[in-house]
Design a protein around this ligand. Structure first.
Ligand SMILES: [Fe+2]
Length: 257
């Protein structure tokens, strides 16, 4: 499996505070069957308290530690970028970055609201050749009230990433209910851990979420969200979110380059 959203780097955001804890997260993920993790610190924390060069140094340090321990876990760098009016300018200034080696960019909506500029920002990013991925839409209040809000973004070319522990119910029954509804409507393309910790409900674990999603969309479709689709994203293959939804449940799913 591949985990595209994970706060495993130490001392940057609300993730782990030490490299030891980071390595414990890596061990848990590996034992769960994860072989590639994209480390995605919060962009705002990096900009305010650190720097991209310091983050890259941490990734290199982590890779070295994993090599020393003979853990064959691949680590790539990404970022969880807040969706803000000036996100396109942040991209230009290197403050908001896509997933390493790709044109896919993780975007987080505020939890309580749906900014009026959301679609305009997505469009500006798409003009730059970037492919937006909306992270944990199940935790956004307006989408919880009306999943059609997310359907509108998917129609405009955005992919959506559900958090594994949302589907298992670790964030409460409401979030779990919405997660299932988004899966049922074919509005989810990726399952990621959004791991923050080596303990509790923010562990870097995917398998339990995949099992819970399989009860809604079937095992094959659920596995695609942690294997085939993340793999295509890391290969920078252009995906059509609506085609993926239509293909949900079929053995082969179409790609558009
Ligand atoms: Fe996150």
């Amino acid at each position: 499996m591949l985990d595209l959203h994970n706060h495993m780097l130490p001392g940057l955001d609300d993730g782990p505070s030490s490299m030891e804890e980071t390595l414990e997260m890596a061990r848990l993920a590996y034992e769960d069957g994860v072989r590639t993790i994209v480390a995605t610190p919060h962009g705002r924390d990096v900009a305010e308290k650190s720097s991209l060069s310091a983050v890259r140094a941490l990734v290199d340090q982590l890779k070295g530690e994993l090599r020393t321990r003979s853990v064959p876990l691949k680590v790539l760098l990404g970022m969880e970028n807040h969706l803000e009016m000036d996100t396109p300018e942040q991209v230009e200034r290197g403050l908001a970055i896509p997933i390493e080696g790709t044109h896919y960019i993780l975007l987080e909506l505020p939890f309580p609201s749906y900014p009026l500029y959301t679609e305009e920002v997505l469009f500006k990013l798409q003009i730059k050749g970037l492919h937006p991925i909306i992270v944990h839409p199940e935790r956004n209040a307006p989408i919880q009230e009306n999943p059609q809000v997310l359907a509108g973004l998917v129609q405009k070319g955005a992919l959506a990433q559900l958090t594994a522990s949302s589907i298992t119910g670790a964030f409460g029954r409401d979030t779990q209910r919405v997660s299932r509804e988004l899966l049922r409507r074919g509005l989810v393309h990726i399952i990621a851990s959004d791991g923050h910790d080596a303990r509790g409900n923010r562990e870097p674990i995917l398998s339990t979420g995949v099992a819970a999603a399989a009860r809604v969309v079937g095992k094959e479709a659920s596995l695609r969200m942690v294997v085939d689709i993340p793999q295509a994203i890391l290969q920078d293959v252009k995906l059509d979110p609506e085609e993926l939804a239509r293909a949900s449940g079929k053995k082969r799913w179409p790609l558009r380059r």
